[in-house]
Design a binder for this molecule. Structure first.
Ligand SMILES: NC(=O)c1ccc[n+]([C@@H]2O[C@H](COP(=O)([O-])OP(=O)(O)OC[C@H]3O[C@@H](n4cnc5c(N)ncnc54)[C@H](O)[C@@H]3O)[C@@H](O)[C@H]2O)c1
Length: 343
């Protein structure tokens, strides 16, 4: 693709969005970010500039603001959208279900109505492996039934349904539903990475803060699962691989109509202790941990990993980086951004 294409990236200052923006800019796309910085910082734009040599355009606004979305489409010649903006903390979604349904569904409906108003019908949507629920055996394939076990997951299931119905109502739409597995790692420069506001809900930002001396120990939620070391097994994917997957999905929607759900994962599962050991090995730091009880409501499936065959077939994409790369790049990010400023 080339500079004729202008892509709107919602939530482009966030963890996955910022890595994707760098790769889009490197590939010659024009990039417009819409973000309200509710879980990121405007400094990320400087980091994207430092990495790619180009500054994306920024619309600082809430995606639920229909007028702001309309102005954004009026101002820029957008011809495709990658939609990351959402609330994503599973535990918080259980405590505040109404806010999660309202926020995540309203973001997408407002966006899609804005797109429709300007005849923009290419969309890459951030779904999640959480839509495989608890009843499917790993490896997860895209043709398995989907469901959820928490409000966050249901917002992904419902949005997939809505976008599938949209595509059925108007065959000019071209939509990919990307079911991410568990992103880890950072840009190798250490300038961008996973740095959520507040106490991290995901494994690696937590490990980073323990390694940086900001948090005392890592809670491990359960070591009595039916897995070799008792901790849950997940399909960890390097965020740079994930970002490349978005470029492959974008190539696809420029040439195909309809809707496709596609897993972005490696097909390989690692336990929590595998990740901690790999991190300790590449960083030279010890990560103190404390085994806590399982999270409530059977929140964690013992094993979740992808069958990545469809992405290879449809997008001609597969992952290139391994667990050590994910841990090394996360550690570089911790040294660059966390230790200097906070520790
Ligand atoms: N990180 C993961 O483990 C993971 C796994 C599967 C799926 N996902 C999905 O991928 C997407 C991106 O995840 P991430 O980890 O980069 O999250 P993130 O929180 O780092 O990024 C989301 C960005 O969206 C912005 N945002 C949120 N609500 C907004 C609103 N109403 N208006 C404008 N901007 C808003 C935030 O400020 C942030 O910059 C989300 O949809 C998430 O559900 C993430």
């Amino acid at each position: 693709m080339n500079a004729k294409h202008t892509v709107l990236v919602t939530g482009g200052a966030g963890y996955i969005g910022s890595h994707t923006c760098c790769q889009l800019l490197n590939a010659g796309y024009n990039v417009v970010i819409i973000d309200n910085f509710s879980n990121s910082s405007p400094d990320v734009l400087d980091a994207i500039m430092a990495i790619s040599g180009k500054r994306p355009a920024l619309v600082e606004a809430d995606l639920r603001d229909a007028d702001a979305v309309r102005v954004c489409f009026d101002q820029y010649p957008i011809d495709a959208v990658i939609h990351f903006a959402a609330l994503k903390a599973v535990g918080e979604s259980t405590a505040k279900p109404v806010e999660y349904y309202e926020h995540n569904l309203l973001c997408t409906t407002t966006l899609v109505k804005g797109m429709r108003g300007r005849g923009v019908k290419r969309l890459v949507y951030s779904s999640s492996a959480t839509v495989y629920g608890m009843d499917n055996p790993a490896p997860f394939r895209e043709d398995m039934p989907i469901s959820a076990i928490n409000p966050y997951g249901w917002t992904k299931v419902m949005t997939e349904r809505m976008l599938t119905d949209l595509s059925a109502s108007d065959p000019e739409w071209s939509i990919t539903l990307l079911r991410y597995f568990n992103p880890l790692g950072a840009h190798p420069s250490g300038l961008i990475g996973d740095d959520p506001n507040g106490i991290p809900a995901n494994l690696m930002p937590y490990v980073n803060k323990v390694a940086a001396g900001i948090l005392p120990e890592l809670p491990v939620f359960g070591d009595d699962y039916p897995t070799p070391d008792g901790t849950c097994i997940r399909d960890y994917i390097h965020v740079m691989d994930l970002a490349e997957g978005h470029l492959a999905a974008l190539d696809y929607i420029y040439t195909h109509n309809g809707v496709e759900a596609v897993n972005l994962g490696t097909g390989v599962g690692y336990s929590v202790f595998d990740v901690v050991r790999a991190y300790e090995r590449v960083s030279g730091r010890t990560i103190p941990y404390r085994v806590a009880s399982r999270r409530p409501n059977n929140a964690d499936a013992p094993k979740a990993y992808a069958d990545p065959a469809k992405a290879a077939r449809v997008f001609n994409w597969k992952t290139k980086r391994g667990l050590d790369d994910m841990c090394r790049d996360s550690w570089t990010f911790a040294k660059t951004r966390l230790i200097k400023s906070d520790a």
